[in-house]
Write a protein that binds this ligand. Structure first.
Ligand SMILES: Cc1cc2nc3c(=O)[nH]c(=O)nc-3n(C[C@H](O)[C@H](O)[C@H](O)COP(=O)(O)O)c2cc1C
Ligand code: SF4
Length: 678
């Protein structure tokens, strides 16, 4: 712990001398492709995005992946650096970052067989399980040209003012595809034994070094855990690390898991710093600086990694979407003011996968730095906010930041609304951080918080507010099934809020986000979030690293003590509406615990035998002790009509506006956007 009078997070804040250049601290903003790279005039927005992070104190920024040639694009016509005329837009970024005292490296990423287009190429003609396009096998000429393209792109990056490049060698992209037998079955000099398979990354590094000279940072992102069958062995990882250092790399960054791996590596369920042990092991084998990555989201977690000698630098990606000022706040010993990344992926990776601009659930300004701003209000107003859930909290903080006088009411004894239920779900404990952050912001912006305070039209009218913001949230939607009043029937609030006893056999009606959360809650007796080793074991990661790819052979997860049926009316795949980048992990987690998901269910009745359902015309009784209703919500707008009748302007935000599903991302953004214009 940092004590008063100490230099806050002294390991983290220590400069790093690379010989030809110095980094002002050990904090690196990890690579994130935001989608701005492909937008019209996106680079000026990108410059503002990176400049804010540089101003916020980060030592080194690594840009999102940019392809060195056309075939290496992740998506058709993705962002590429191959020609002199493309340099100009990058100069905006490097100048903006340098003006704020940080260094910046451009990431060079060739997608190989992950390219989501018919022009993709790979060492061998083997389709990836996550793309529909079979790659064509690279000819020797194509291989040599691709190496030259990497070198040319690096030279253009140098010309644009970048301090270096990161060569993306992990996560299953082209370079990784050369290194592993799984994807490289060539019989020529570029395949076969390990020496041949690592020829491509080594030649690429040497070409970049030769073209860009000695005073240029080359980071190599090295896959330390492939987490796929036929991935590298530990000895091969070490051999590769030594070889890339020898070939001219300045810093090694950690890469964890191919994208096709079936083990989550960045979702909220992954414990903090769950993979720093492998960085520590590899670091002992080499002499150049090494960065730890993945799920490092607070200054203390980062500091501990450095203090325990697990890495020389800490690379955090999403935490810089959540808070641009992460480093300055840590340095000023104000970690409690940091807006913490909760690893939900909902507004960042999920957006990128939907070809939308990345942002952040807890910080809707991320990637909207030039568009969403909270300028001082021309005429400050006296505002009432009713409901201290995510929408009400976000509105209050941003409106107060603009100078409005805000009173925030909630009838409960605590802030947070539905977040208070979410934070109890195993793996969603990070929601505590969001509530800690908002709580601190309420204090900092002198927002009058009135808890245990039920408001009426009259009370609000008498207080003389200029405008009222209703963020009153939702109530669970009742369902119309015979026997719904049976004592075995509970709502999700009975379970998550009131902690009512639940039996050994359970049917959950509704398989949306809440149905999944309740299932997770009921399959766990305690949370694994803070126990990385238990989590690694649960998912079959071999920490001893005796097997290739670090996968435990014949891994069988333990089923849960409860029998749970997760049911939905719709005939689509259960959980189809969950986030693109984390839904599969939720489904896999529940399946491994024996949860039975059933789609296309007609609910008939509840009686002493259990829940009667019909599937495909066949009637069946699920003999359960409890039926838990997670079948959606209805908006709570009781005050709206009465207030409007008084003539006071009323705004609905969050669940009170649209309650189709509990959607914190939408709620927070809506609160922020209203605050920016009110
Ligand atoms: C929106 C988004 C885009 C990303 N794009 C890249 C990328 O272009 N190249 C890359 O190496 N990693 C990329 N990543 C992965 C991050 O660099 C990082 O490994 C991952 O987010 C885990 O670290 P974190 O927990 O600190 O976020 C991306 C992550 C996000 C959230
Ligand atoms: S959207 Fe979620 S995961 Fe992504 S940066 Fe924000 S809090 Fe982190």
């Amino acid at each position: 712990m940092t004590r008063e009078g100490d230099v806050a997070y002294q390991h983290l804040m220590q400069p790093l001398d690379l010989g030809f250049t110095q980094l002002r601290n050990r904090v690196v903003m990890g690579s994130m492709h935001t989608g701005l790279e492909e937008e019209k005039n996106g680079f000026s927005k990108l410059a503002a995005f990176y400049a804010e992070r540089a101003k916020g104190g980060v030592g080194l920024i690594i840009t999102g992946g940019i392809s060195p040639n056309f075939r290496g694009n992740l998506v058709p016509f993705g962002s590429q650096l191959s020609f002199g005329w493309q340099v100009k837009k990058h100069i905006q970024v490097t100048e903006a970052v340098h003006a704020e005292g940080a260094k910046i490296c451009l990431q060079l990423l060739h997608a190989g067989r992950y390219g989501y287009h018919p022009f993709n190429v790979a060492p061998s003609k083997i389709k990836s399980p996550i793309t529909p396009f079979t790659p064509s096998e690279m000819s020797k000429r194509q291989i040599n040209n691709t190496i030259a393209d990497f070198a040319k792109a690096a030279a253009l990056a140098k010309k644009a003012g970048y301090d270096g490049v990161e060569i993306m060698g992990s996560e299953g992209y082209l370079i990784n595809q050369f290194i592993c037998q799984r994807t490289n079955q060539r019989k020529d000099d570029w395949g076969g034994d390990f020496t041949n398979r690592i020829r491509f990354p080594l030649e690429t590094i040497k070409a970049v070094r030769q073209r860009c000279g000695e005073d240029f940072i080359i980071v190599y992102r090295l896959s330390m855990l492939d987490l796929v069958e036929d991935g590298n062995s530990y000895d091969e990882v070490v051999e590769l690390a030594k070889a890339v250092a020898e070939a001219g790399v300045t810093i090694i960054n950690t890469g964890i898991g191919w994208h096709e791996a079936r083990i989550p590596t960045i979702t909220t369920r992954v414990p903090r710093a769950a993979f720093s042990w492998i960085t520590e092991r590899v670091r002992k084998e080499i002499d150049i600086p090494v960065m730890a990555t993945n799920r490092i989201n607070t200054p203390q977690v980062a500091e501990d990694i450095l203090a325990h000698g697990q890495a020389d630098m800490v690379c955090m990606a999403r935490p810089f979407l959540a808070d641009a000022d992460f480093v300055n706040k840590a340095a000023a010993n104000k970690a409690d003011e940091i807006n913490t990344c909760i690893a939900c992926n909902q507004a960042c990776l999920d957006h990128v996968f939907q070809k939308k601009r990345a942002s952040c659930l807890v910080n809707p300004r991320a990637c909207y730095e030039t568009e969403l701003n909270f300028e001082p209000a021309a005429a400050p107003k006296k505002l009432a906010v009713v409901g201290a859930g995510p929408a009400g909290l976000a509105f209050s903080v941003y409106a107060a930041q603009r100078g409005h006088q805000v009173t925030l009411f909630d009838k409960s004894h605590q802030i947070g609304g539905q977040f208070n239920y979410a934070k109890q779900i195993p793996g969603k404990e990070e929601f505590y951080e969001t509530l800690r952050y908002f709580g601190r912001m309420l204090e900092l912006h002198h927002i009058e918080l009135r808890l245990n305070s039920e408001q009426s039209v009259e009370s609000l009218q008498q207080a003389g507010f200029d405008e009222v913001i209703l963020a009153t949230g939702i109530v669970p939607r009742p369902v119309d099934i015979e026997g719904i009043d049976h004592p075995m029937v509970l709502s999700y609030l009975d379970v998550l809020r009131d902690h009512k006893a639940v039996g050994k056999n359970v049917a959950i009606i509704g398989a949306g986000g809440i149905g999944f959360d309740v299932a997770e809650y009921l399959t766990e007796n305690n949370s694994l979030t803070l126990q990385p080793d238990a989590w690694l074991k649960e998912w079959g990661v071999d920490k001893a690293y005796q097997a290739r790819g670090a996968l435990l052979p014949d891994h069988r997860p333990e089923p849960a003590a409860r029998k749970i049926y997760l049911l939905q009316r719709k005939t689509t795949k259960v959980g189809a509406g969950l986030g693109k980048t984390s839904g599969w992990a939720h489904r896999a987690s529940l399946k491994s615990k024996g949860v039975e998901s059933i789609a296309g269910v007609q609910y008939r009745k509840v009686d002493d035998h259990g829940l009667w359902i019909e599937i495909g015309g066949e009637e069946r009784c699920l003999q359960v002790d409890n039926v838990i209703i997670c079948a959606g919500q209805m908006p709570l707008r009781a005050l709206q009509a009465g207030l409007e009748a008084t003539g006071v302007p009323v705004h609905l935000i969050g669940g009170a506006d649209v309650a189709a599903e509990l959607d914190a991302k939408r709620a927070i953004r809506q609160g922020a956007e209203l605050a920016a214009r009110i």
